[in-house]
Each structure stands twice: as structure tokens, then as C-alpha cells.
Design a binder for this molecule. Structure first.
Ligand SMILES: [Zn+2]
Length: 438
């Protein structure tokens, strides 16, 4: 799979609001909620804070949904993933949203983001709590229709059959991706040609394993209001789970709660906000930082180490200084230890969130770095998958059960079958490594 530079059209999720207006609204209301936030302990980097003092909606023993404000009970309390589980987030928090809001935003916002990022969910073979990554159909650069499966392999989509009249009768040629599709195709043919012997045709079928030397064409540009709300929700969830009373997050709530809410975030590539970025690992992360000196509660969300967003959750923050974060490697589900530098002056934040900069070059650089990690990993997974399948095929053909030992006289035939089964994969990967078709 390749990310094609030319097809990349980053969608601006942010709306257009004049910087002056933004500043007035933030400055004008700063301090209105002073006294509402009280985080009682000194902050520690990365530590999730607890709410100590009460505000009108939230206390240590009584939580209200951070979206619809309903009282959370054991029956309606939900587990909300900090990063959507659909793209590989693992960690979930309670006491933030009710089940209704969790389900509603999950199926509207997170599902939209998950769908847009599905090519990468497949490439990175992400780990999910439940449900598989969806297989997806693609068109290759030369126009072939293929389906990529969660296990990493591809099948061709059924082609229009080619019919030729020969001396023996009508010859019908087609190509399908699986034996099941072959049976479906033959059943359709039998309705037209009742004399067709499906069983005989199935017995004579030959399955070829072909590797594509033809890059897949896909657009990678998550955008739109639903995906935008999913980004902001991640940072809002972490802030609330860290002890920030929901109503302090004025900008985030204005965007999340109103259909025409003004987006409170933008892509940010002016500097790297992750201070210990690994070049060997792709991650998703969400971080929040509250700074009473500036009154800002800033969120940062980065997905697949490429899409990087700064979010203004609140400009009315008066609690203690704190930072909280979560990062995960979507391929393994393991947490990643990251450090962040989210110190923005008011002016810098205003510029970041209202930036009209063309960041497509920086985004492309980040996408290329991501692909240079993800693509070799997907090739390694394919080698592993093919090797396991080759061994299983050889054992089956030699009649070796799972608990049986391979006898010395079976070794040459076993090796021959494994080698034969693996050859297309090896040749394909050699051709990629050497940049030519072998
Ligand atoms: Zn709710």
C-alpha cells in the first residue's frame, strides 16, 4: 500500500473565524468561572488528577455526563476510550459520559474517523477490544479492483466475465477472489445454463496466488465535522477524566454540543510538540495541559504520528497547573511513554488555532515517516502469515497431525511444499526491496 503524495488533499477541519473575534470571546469571559476549578494536589507530569473540590455539577462521589449532564449511575456510566478503540486506542475511563452519549458519539464521530483511517487500520493491523478492522476495497494505480483483508492479504474483486463462442460451446472466463465467490458465480451461471455441473467445475478450479506489483491508490485526509469532533472529544475526555469540571471547557463544549459549533482546533506543524518522538514507532496520543497563569487549557491529539492537532479546550482555566497524557502504539496496543511541550502564549495559541498556513508539506513528511515504519512491518507480517500457511499446507498434504513428528523421510517433500508455497511471497518482497519485478 502506498500513500500517494499527489492524492493527498488535507481537509481543513477548522472553520473560519476572525482572530479578533476569537480573542475577544476568550478574553471577555476569562475569569467568569474563577473559583469553580480546584485541583487540590500539586501536579505531576503525566499524572491523572482527581477532582478535589466540588463545582455545581461534579464532586468526587457524584458525576454528571460531560455532554448531556445526566447524573451518572452504575447503570448508565460508560467506559470511554481516550483514543477511539476503532483506530487502536486501548485505555478507557469511567465517570465522563453516560452510555447514551458514549454510543451516540461513538457511532457518529468516532466511527466516521475510524472509517476514514481504515486504510491505515489495515496497514498497521491494529489491535481492538472487539470487532475486526473492516476489509476495504481499493483500486490499484492501473485500475484493478482488490479487497484488502484484516489479516493483510488481498483478493481480487469479481470481474465481468468474458464470453467466447468456441467449437465446443460457450467459454466463460472470469477471475474471483475466493472459493466462496467462485461458488456464488457458478450458482448464478447455473440459473442461466441449467446443465452446468457446479461440483465438477469446483473440483477443476485452480487457485493462483498472485502478488500485486501495482500500488494501491488511496486518499488519506481525515476531515469533516464528525471526525473533527472525535479529535476534540479525545482531549475533552482526558481533561475531564483528569479532574477538570466539564463546564470549564467552554470552547470544547461550544464545538461539541452545537451542531454549528465553531471548531476550536487546527492542525499544528510549526514545531514538534512531542519532545521524545521515536522514529521507530507509530503512535496515537492525546495530551492536555492546564495553565492558570495564562488561563489556557490546551489539548493535543496526534493520530498515526501524522495528523497533529492543537485544541483550545478552555481559555478560562483557573485550577492548578497540570499535564496529563496517553499514547499508544496501535499495532501492539502497548502504551508509549511520550513527553510533550504544550506551552503556548495566548498569541501563539491564537495563531495556531487560526492559522491559514499551508502545512501540507509537513503533513506529507510525517506521512512518509509513518509509511517507512508501517510498510516494512506489513511485509514482515505477510512473510509470517505465508510461512504459517505453507507449514500448515505441507503438514496437511503429508498427513501429519498437530501432535505428530516429522519423519526424516518426509523432510525433503515437506521442504519442497513449504518452499513452493512461499516462493511467490519471497519473489514479491525481493522485487520490492530491489525496486524491480523478479
Ligand atoms: Zn450523556
Amino acid at each position: 500500500m502506498e500513500s500517494r503524495g499527489k492524492s493527498l488533499k488535507p481537509t481543513r477541519l477548522r472553520g473560519t473565524r476572525a482572530p479578533e473575534q476569537l480573542l475577544v470571546s476568550r478574553m471577555g469571559r476569562a475569569g467568569a468561572a474563577r473559583g469553580d476549578v480546584s485541583l487540590g494536589t500539586e501536579s505531576k507530569k503525566g499524572m491523572v488528577m482527581r477532582v478535589i473540590a466540588e463545582d455545581e455539577t461534579r464532586s468526587p462521589t457524584e458525576f454528571h455526563c460531560a455532554l448531556c449532564d445526566v447524573l451518572l449511575t452504575p447503570e448508565n456510566n460508560s467506559r470511554e476510550h481516550l483514543v477511539p478503540n476503532g483506530i487502536g486506542g486501548q485505555k478507557a475511563v469511567r465517570n465522563v459520559f453516560c452510555k447514551t452519549c458514549n454510543n451516540r458519539t461513538g457511532s457518529a464521530w468516532d466511527a466516521d474517523l475510524t472509517k476514514q483511517l481504515n486504510p491505515l487500520n489495515l496497514l498497521f493491523a491494529i489491535k481492538r477490544d472487539r470487532g475486526n478492522v473492516q476489509a476495504q476495497d481499493f483500486t490499484t494505480v492501473s485500475g484493478q479492483q482488490v479487497r484488502v483483508h484484516p489479516e493483510g492479504h488481498l483478493t481480487f474483486l469479481p470481474q465481468e466475465p468474458v464470453c467466447t463462442q468456441t467449437e465446443e460451446g460457450l467459454r466463460v472466463q472470469t477471475r474471483v477472489g475466493t472459493m466462496g465467490e467462485a461458488k456464488t458465480f457458478l450458482s448464478g451461471m447455473k440459473r442461466r445454463y441449467p446443465k452446468l455441473d457446479i461440483e465438477e467445475q469446483m473440483r477443476n478450479l485452480k487457485m493462483d496466488r498472485i502478488y500485486l506489483n501495482d500500488p494501491i491508490f488511496t486518499q488519506l485526509s481525515p476531515g469533516g465535522p464528525a471526525a473533527g469532533r472525535s479529535f476534540v472529544k479525545s482531549a475533552y475526555t482526558l481533561a475531564v477524566a483528569s479532574g477538570v469540571p466539564p463546564k470549564i471547557c467552554v470552547e470544547a463544549r461550544a464545538y461539541l454540543l452545537a451542531e454549528d459549533g465553531v471548531p476550536c482546533f487546527d492542525y499544528f506543524y510549526k514545531r514538534d510538540l512531542v519532545t521524545n518522538r521515536s522514529q521507530e514507532r507509530v503512535f496515537h496520543c492525546v495530551a492536555v495541559q492546564g495553565d492558570p497563569a495564562t488561563g489556557q487549557l490546551i489539548g493535543y491529539v496526534e493520530l498515526y504520528s501524522a495528523w497533529r492537532m492543537v485544541i483550545c479546550l478552555s481559555s478560562q482555566y483557573t485550577g492548578h497547573a497540570f499535564e496529563s497524557s496517553y499514547a499508544v502504539d496501535p499495532s501492539t496496543g502497548e502504551e508509549v511513554a511520550l513527553s510533550f511541550d504544550l506551552k503556548f502564549s495566548r498569541e501563539e495559541l491564537r495563531a495556531a488555532c487560526d492559522s491559514q498556513d499551508d502545512y501540507s508539506g509537513e503533513l506529507l513528511k510525517a506521512l512518509n515517516a509513518m509509511m517507512s515504519i508501517g510498510y516494512p512491518a506489513s511485509l514482515a507480517r505477510e512473510r509470517e502469515r505465508v510461512l504459517l500457511r505453507a507449514v500448515a499446507t505441507a503438514m496437511e498434504r503429508l498427513g501429519i497431525g498437530s501432535g505428530d513428528c516429522l519423519q526424516p523421510e518426509q523432510v525433503p517433500e515437506f521442504s519442497r511444499i513449504v518452499s513452493e508455497e512461499m516462493t511467490p511471497c519471497i519473489l514479491h518482497q525481493m522485487s520490492i526491496a530491489h525496486g524491480r519485478v523478479v
